[in-house]
Design a protein around this ligand. Structure first.
Ligand SMILES: Cc1cc2nc3c(=O)[nH]c(=O)nc-3n(C[C@H](O)[C@H](O)[C@H](O)COP(=O)(O)OP(=O)(O)OC[C@H]3O[C@@H](n4cnc5c(N)ncnc54)[C@H](O)[C@@H]3O)c2cc1C
Length: 470
């Protein structure tokens, strides 16, 4: 094998691509990991999950300090050093993690190539950028991810109109910020800017926030956001943006009629688009869906036998952990192992305050499909741990098969929901029934008890709730 011949060439070093490359190398395959970015880690590490969660942590420090007064503790007004915050995220967080990925790649003898890759045919890549050459492969894994999608009507050439990438750079803290989009990215970044001092207005074209998430899980978050944000306007469409000296003039159509309002900055967070263009896919048999996703089977093979695809470019949900899992599957299949993407529950977390997390079947999806389910709910008003934290604004629910109580889905809204959901994922994947969860002793006092108590209500009364039977 020459320097330019690989068993596996992985295009894209995000959480899907680097996991795939590491697994391929661990299984004895000569592997190249190619990314056009000078740093490894993809969107998730460089301009997605990691910087947004670091900022949300900073936001939480501020709001926790504000709310500490109920415990008789008063802090002064926070002094914000934006340069220090940016530097911490850049160096101590992103810098540290990307170096870690680089070290793991070299320990495994994965060849890291910083270049833009396009397919010349089903076994050859053309590299351009800092390295211009060709590379041949027995198998390639497309892990090129996604990018923010901004509709033409909202595209104006003005730095005050931001996408998630520029918003994460914290150019400044605008006095008046408009967030367009009530999905998780808009809600998370709106939470950050509000805590850092902006007056945030959020508009969503649909009648609800977080479409697809059960409304009883969204309610506690929406109530808190309504108190902290200047306004949340549902059923409201942004018609036009116009750059003015005094700000961005935004024309809105909604329940309040047509209005034009001026904001210092606007964040457009209305969706993401897969990076499946300009990859040379037309030189291969790889098929693309109308939404631009590379079409794959259960083993993440495309229509071209030598090419696999994983992560955001291969379909919804566009989440890092789904990308990683697919990466492991694709690499194992290429190495000749028995493997398939066969999961019952992909967790999703909205890292707002409170957090929302769910996995498996939702109550609303069950209703829409006519599936007979029982929903077991435990309000956090009855949780001792939630009370000690001063955060009774939560709910835990299980979506259970009506006859046997098999756990089909789990939803949680409350502080730390993102950590709690993994027990739900395990329960759904293992085919657990309510009794399994109810009969597993959960430590006291913890928020995890809310899962146990929700499960108890399938067969009787949870210990900390009493409803008289008539
Ligand atoms: C603000 C924000 C917050 C998010 N928060 C979360 C979260 O909390 N949890 C979660 O699970 N997900 C989150 N996501 C989504 C998550 O970032 C993605 O699902 C994940 O990064 C997808 O991983 P991937 O491996 O498919 O591709 P990506 O991470 O998108 O990486 C793709 C890589 O491919 C490279 N590339 C593309 N084309 C080429 C080419 N032709 N040649 C060479 N290199 C190429 C790119 O440079 C990039 O590095 C967030 C996203 C955003 C924007």
């Amino acid at each position: 094998m020459t320097d330019t011949q690989y068993d596996v060439a992985v295009i894209g070093a995000g959480p899907g691509g680097y996991a795939a490359a590491f697994q391929a190398a661990d299984l004895g395959l000569r592997t190249a990991l190619i990314d056009q970015d000078p740093q490894l880690g993809g969107v998730c590490l460089l301009r997605g999950c990691i910087p947004s969660k670091a900022l949300l942590h900073a936001a939480r420090l501020i709001t926790d300090a504000e709310e500490a007064q109920v415990f008789g503790i008063q802090f002064g007004k926070p002094q914000l050093d934006l340069a220090a915050l940016r530097q911490r995220i850049k160096t101590a967080i992103i810098g540290k993690l990307t170096k870690g990925v680089q070290t793991l790649a070299s320990s495994r003898k994965v060849d890291v190539i910083h270049a833009r890759a396009t397919l010349k045919n089903a076994t050859t890549l053309t590299l351009s950028g800092s390295e211009s050459r060709e590379l041949s492969f027995a198998h390639a894994i497309l892990a090129t991810g996604s990018r923010p999608s901004i509709p033409a009507s909202l595209k104006i050439d003005d730095p005050r109109v931001m996408d998630s990438t520029s918003a994460l750079e914290l150019p400044d803290i605008p006095t008046r910020l408009l967030v367009i989009g009530g999905g998780y990215i808009g809600l998370e970044l709106g939470t950050v800017y509000q805590a850092l001092g902006s007056e945030v207005t959020l508009v969503e074209a649909l009648p609800r926030l977080l479409t697809g998430v059960d409304s009883d899980l969204v309610r506690p978050l929406q109530q808190r956001m309504q108190r902290r944000f200047k306004a949340i306007r549902l059923d409201t469409k942004v018609e036009k943006l116009e750059a003015r000296k005094d700000g961005i003039a935004v024309s809105l159509t909604g329940q309040a009629g047509n209005t034009t309002e001026v904001f210092d900055r606007v964040l457009v967070a209305v969706g993401r688009r897969p990076n499946s263009e300009q990859l040379g896919l037309e030189q291969t048999k790889v098929a693309i869906s109308p939404q631009g996703f590379v079409q794959v089977d259960h083993q993440r093979r495309t229509a071209e036998p030598t090419i696999f695809a994983i992560g955001d470019v291969a379909g919804e949900p566009m989440l890092a952990h789904k990308a990683t899992h697919e990466g492991l599957i694709a690499a194992r299949v290429i190495a000749g192992r028995q493997a398939a993407f066969d999961v019952a529950a992909i967790p999703a977390v909205v890292f707002t305050d409170p957090e929302i997390a769910w996995c498996g079947l939702t109550e609303e999806a069950a209703k829409a499909s006519g599936q007979a389910v029982t929903v077991a709910r435990f309000p956090w008003a009855a949780s001792g741990r939630a009370t000690t934290l001063g955060r009774n604004d939560g709910v835990t629910k299980l979506v259970l098969d009506a006859e046997y109580g098999r756990i089909l889905g789990v939803g949680i809204c409350g502080v730390g929901a993102g950590e709690l959901i993994s027990e739900g994922v395990l329960a759904v994947e293992m085919g657990a029934v309510a009794e399994d969860m109810a009969g597993s002793i959960h430590p006291h006092p913890t928020l995890s008890e809310t899962l146990m108590e929700a499960a108890e209500s399938f067969h009787g009364q949870p210990t900390h709730i009493y409803t008289s039977k008539r």
